[in-house]
Design a protein around this ligand. Structure first.
Ligand SMILES: Cc1cc2nc3c(=O)[nH]c(=O)nc-3n(C[C@H](O)[C@H](O)[C@H](O)COP(=O)(O)OP(=O)(O)OC[C@H]3O[C@@H](n4cnc5c(N)ncnc54)[C@H](O)[C@@H]3O)c2cc1C
Length: 446
């Protein structure tokens, strides 16, 4: 009888350049693909509403691709360890392969699963599919993790080989597979359908990701350096949700950039570098999703401002660039990076509401909600993280809008009532709010 292995899919919902799948194939196993829904194992950060919507579509798409290859995705409910052990009994699998995740709660869970299955006598192999550089690989000269981006990225580039991407070996899919539970039983899709905007703008799944990558590397990348900060320009790749769900690998993106030899490849790869840095920080400083990396900020006098927070969430602050971004987020499940910085800064500096409130809202509404990138982004905005914007640098939303949306095309696209009396008056006075924020900063001796 042929030996067989479970390949446990997690945030690696693709069939090409999937190291766990390739490793199982290379070792000569027949492969049984499985996904386990276990949000309670994700600690304080189970997937939010927008992520759940994407996950539903992505699992469906992976199953369709597997069916084309004569297999199908086996879905099970957690606890993960129990589900895996049960599947091992049902299939007689001798090995389990998976790609690593870096969120603290999942690192802990995976260590237990690995230890238990190994002591059950199984072969367990884990791989890196999500990052160009595993967080364990990159250290500074004294062996410590990096806290500043530029030297981190330099060290990464110095260790990067020229030829990351290779063609996967053929996978032997096991036929006659055990039962799967229906995808609908995970209840990932909303009960009241608010996902119309998402369906119009996105195509979750591996083929949607590859299409976007092709479009980006064949044209958009040429103007990436000039246009990436202008939200009306569609100047970025929009690959973030695909990258988060592992529908495309950063290796493939890097290989495509190198192959196409476009002039902006370096600028674009540097942004992927920020993603690497975010994972490096999350892995080495696992408390950061809930606590500032710079401890002085634990004393910062954040305000409780339910009304202000609500108006920010609804895109009704009376600051057009902020409101446009928040409405883009609500409708499309995505927001341009420049606007994330402006809207985030507005919440933490103009309203002085804690960055953790902003991170929570983004977590629920972003399709690309990612614990590493979201934590880095919010701590950067709040000035309390690694290599962060200094707290005293307070964005003026009007000046930011004049610079990055000079024709107001982005703003008008999202705020139809802009020039009418229906548009709300500013929720704060920018100059007074700036002064208040600077005084709060002085109070923690920064
Ligand atoms: C407050 C705040 C919160 C954020 N939350 C998230 C989040 O939850 N998930 C997320 O993926 N990104 C987050 N970002 C980073 C960034 O805004 C998005 O990755 C980017 O807008 C995605 O658009 P794109 O794919 O077109 O990016 P591109 O410019 O095309 O960049 C390519 C890829 O590089 C990565 N990347 C780009 N910029 C950054 C960055 N600053 N930090 C980390 N990775 C980056 C992303 O994976 C992105 O898909 C956040 C930024 C801020 C300021």
């Amino acid at each position: 009888m042929k030996k067989r292995a479970l390949v446990w899919f997690r945030l690696d919902l693709r069939l090409s350049d999937n190291p766990a799948l390739d490793a199982a194939a290379e070792s000569g196993y027949e492969t049984i693909p499985v996904f386990i829904w276990a949000p309670e194992e994700e600690g304080d950060w189970p997937p939010g509403a927008a992520s759940r919507w994407w996950l539903h579509q992505s699992l469906q798409s992976l199953d369709t691709e597997l069916k084309r290859r004569g297999s199908r995705l086996i879905l099970r409910r957690g606890p993960s360890l129990n589900a895996l052990r049960r599947l091992i009994r049902e299939t007689g699998a001798q090995a389990v392969f998976w790609n690593r995740r870096y969120e603290p709660a999942l690192c802990t869970r995976d260590a237990v699963v690995q230890k238990t299955l190994s002591s059950d006598g199984l072969r367990v192999k884990t791989c890196n599919s999500a990052l160009l550089f595993d967080p364990e690989e990159i250290r500074n000269k004294s062996g410590a993790p990096f806290r500043v981006f530029t030297p981190f990225w330099k060290a990464c580039l110095a260790s990067a080989g020229p030829d990351f991407f290779r063609n996967p070996p053929p996978v032997a899919w096991k036929r006659d597979l055990p039962e799967s539970i229906p995808l609908d039983s995970f209840n990932l899709e909303p009960k009241i359908d608010w996902a119309g905007g998402l369906r119009k703008s996105w195509q979750p799944g591996e083929s949607g990701a590859l299409k976007l990558l092709r479009r980006f590397t064949h044209s958009t990348i040429d103007t990436y350096a000039e246009k990436r900060d202008f939200p009306a320009a569609s100047g970025t790749s929009r690959l973030s949700p695909h990258l988060h769900f592992g529908e495309i690998s950063p290796h493939r993106i890097r290989a495509a950039c190198i192959r196409e030899e476009r002039k902006a490849s370096g600028d674009f790869l540097r942004q992927l570098g920020w993603r690497e840095f975010a994972h490096h920080l999350l892995y080495h400083f696992p408390d950061t999703p809930n606590a500032p990396l710079r401890p002085q900020f634990k004393r910062f006098p954040w305000r409780r401002d339910r009304k202000g927070l609500k108006r920010w969430q609804q895109g009704r602050t009376g600051f057009p660039i902020v409101d446009a971004g928040m409405r883009e987020l609500w409708t499309d499940g995505w927001m341009h990076n420049r606007v994330r910085m402006i809207a985030g800064s507005f919440l933490v500096k103009n309203l002085m509401v804690s960055w953790t409130e902003g991170a929570r809202w983004f977590w629920d509404t972003l399709l690309d909600a990612d614990l590493a990138n979201n934590t880095l982004g919010w701590q950067w905005v709040a000035g309390c993280g690694a290599d962060a914007a200094p707290y005293f640098r307070i964005f003026n939303p009007a000046l930011q809008a004049a610079r990055f949306d000079p024709e107001e095309s982005y703003i008008r696209n999202w705020i139809h009532e802009l020039k009418t009396s229906k548009y709300p008056r500013p929720v704060v006075d920018h100059r007074a709010a700036r002064q208040r924020a600077l005084e709060a900063l002085a109070s923690i001796n920064m």
